[in-house]
Design a protein around this ligand. Structure first.
Ligand SMILES: Cc1cc2nc3c(=O)[nH]c(=O)nc-3n(C[C@H](O)[C@H](O)[C@H](O)COP(=O)(O)OP(=O)(O)OC[C@H]3O[C@@H](n4cnc5c(N)ncnc54)[C@H](O)[C@@H]3O)c2cc1C
Length: 500
């Protein structure tokens, strides 16, 4: 919890009712608001956001170099052409989202500085009651909503994940997490060690290299990277031909998605061939003297963790130019002046950055209940990774790991709008996923199969997440290419969605 948040000073005086309440004004929440306003124009809705502005991930993270690692043709919305370079800075993503809000008159629906603390469903009233704290005034506010659309992302924005290492208190310099990067942190002339080698570390290291004395990326084990120009040839050609931007957006999306589908399939069918190809590119950047196997050849097969994109090979160029280096080792202890490694080597540092990931958070750290009974999401089974068994009138957006998150946000939005219209046509106020009699003993599986995808933040939090079953519609497939065809056709009357 944010310690700077004022305490509640009084109970809410009134309850405002909405047909739909969207939680979060990140890229998913703004997407939900857009689709709802277009596809269900009759619905009254509100977006509640605890921060002071929209953007979620893209305003929380302010570390040097912050950028996407997906291309914006697919990370951008289906309905709003992306016209810049494929990999974009947070600033450009925020500007794009700002245009979407402006062009579609969405600002009037969003209430900032509203942190939702609890949501309770009443079977009798057939609605959610949502209590939110105004983080600027400390005022308690209360809303009710017929339907909750959860767009709160997947990690706790207020508190990053930093492991405990021996001797941390001894280190004399700042220990900084990229999620809470201090404004104005001076790196010029400093030796920086970045712990971690995920997408964040791979963004930070080239951004710091050249601005500080030296930067070392310290990793326990290597990560796969893919590199290429930060340009899209097809888009450039279409622009030369003066094709309208709407067409370019759609054509380039399709091409990128087709290429990604092929790459993903190859990662499963011929992982060792893909491994060799990825490492070959790294070797070309770093030359024959560099120990690519030690530092860039992961133990896992490609795509078991997100493969970060390195635009123009900037991470490798920084290493080749001697501005950055990599250490693959384990931390024995922090010292006054740096880090002692298990190999016996030491890394001198003035600043240590812990790019060690997130705290997975289950549905926004909101205390949920149904008729006063606390709701544990880990006891529920997911309905197509969007809804939960026994939980009425709620959908959430959990995006893809192997494709852009926003692709899923658009698909879920279409689905929710279809479901809301179906309920109206059927005269139903409530929809609840329920396991059919023959499914009550169905095998319960973890939210994510660790054999398939196993980054640390998922493994650390998977016990808190909803379960999945062993067949549809109770699966969380992480398969964009299947979802895009299946979800628009998902049977709303197959007996697993119970209406009243
Ligand atoms: C540095 C970084 C780079 C990334 N790059 C990519 C990328 O290139 N491609 C990709 O596909 N994914 C990327 N991701 C994953 C990324 O988080 C998602 O793609 C996407 O931005 C998530 O959007 P979202 O709106 O679902 O959630 P978020 O961006 O997490 O936004 C959720 C919003 O909900 C609000 N909220 C949460 N709980 C509450 C509450 N209780 N009350 C009120 N408001 C609440 C939060 O304040 C936040 O504004 C990246 C993540 C990080 C950290």
């Amino acid at each position: 919890m944010d310690m700077t948040t004022p305490q509640v000073d009084r109970a809410p005086v009134k309850t405002e009712h909405f047909d739909v309440l969207i939680v979060g004004a990140g890229i998913s929440g703004i997407d939900a608001a857009y689709h709802l306003s277009k596809q269900c124009p009759g619905k009254r809705f509100v977006v509640l956001e605890s921060k002071e502005s929209f953007g979620g991930t893209w305003i929380t993270h302010r570390f040097p170099g912050i950028r996407s690692d997906s291309d914006l043709y697919t990370f951008g919305y289906r309905f709003k052409p992306w016209t810049g370079a494929p990999i974009a800075t947070a600033e450009k993503i925020l500007a794009y989202m700002g245009e979407v809000i402006e062009e579609n008159d969405l600002a009037r629906h969003v209430r900032y500085r509203h942190r939702i603390d609890s949501a309770s469903w009443s079977r009798k009233d057939r609605r959610w009651t949502i209590d939110a704290l105004r983080t600027d005034t400390g005022e308690a506010t209360r809303f009710s909503a017929s339907f909750l659309w959860m767009c709160q992302g997947y990690y706790r924005h207020s508190e990053p994940y930093t492991p405990e290492w021996p001797g941390m208190a001894r280190f004399k310099g700042p220990i900084v997490h990229p999620q809470t990067w201090p404004e104005g942190l001076e790196v010029a002339g400093k030796r920086v060690v970045v712990i971690g080698s995920g997408a964040t570390a791979a963004t930070l290291v080239p951004a710091l290299a050249g601005n500080c004395a030296h930067v070392t990326m310290l990793q326990r084990s290597p990560t796969f990277f893919i590199t290429g120009r930060n340009a899209n040839e097809l888009a450039d050609t279409l622009r030369e031909l003066e094709i309208p931007e709407e067409w370019i957006h759609e054509i380039v999306r399709r091409k990128i998605l087709k290429d990604q589908a092929t790459f993903t399939r190859r990662c499963f069918e011929e992982p060792e061939v893909v491994r060799a190809e990825l490492l070959e590119v790294v070797r070309k950047f770093l030359g024959p003297e560099f120990d690519v196997d030690k530092h860039f050849n992961p133990r896992y097969r490609p795509w078991r963790q997100r493969v970060a994109f390195i635009p123009d090979g900037d991470l490798f160029r920084a290493i080749r130019e001697g501005k950055a280096s990599v250490a693959t080792d384990e931390i024995e202890t922090f010292t006054e002046t740096g880090i002692q490694l298990k190999s016996g080597e030491t890394l001198d540092a003035d600043i240590i950055v812990t790019a060690t990931g997130f705290n997975l958070n289950v549905l926004g750290d909101i205390a949920f209940s149904i008729d006063g009974e606390p709701l544990e999401f880990s006891d529920t089974v997911t309905w197509r990774a969007m809804m939960f068994s026994g939980v009425p009138n709620m959908a959430w957006v959990f995006g893809y790991f192997r494709a852009s998150w926003t692709l899923r946000a658009d698909i879920v939005a279409d689905f929710v709008c279809r479901l809301l219209k179906h309920m109206e046509a059927r005269g139903a106020a409530v929809v609840t996923p329920e396991l059919r009699a023959e499914e009550r003993d169905m095998k319960r599986l973890p939210w994510v199969d660790a054999e398939d995808f196993n980054p640390g933040y998922i493994l650390r939090g998977v016990d808190l997440m909803p379960k999945q079953g062993d067949h549809m519609p109770w699966r969380h497939t992480q398969d964009y290419w299947g979802d895009k065809d299946d979800l628009p056709r998902a049977d709303l009357e197959d007996g697993t969605l119970v209406y009243s």
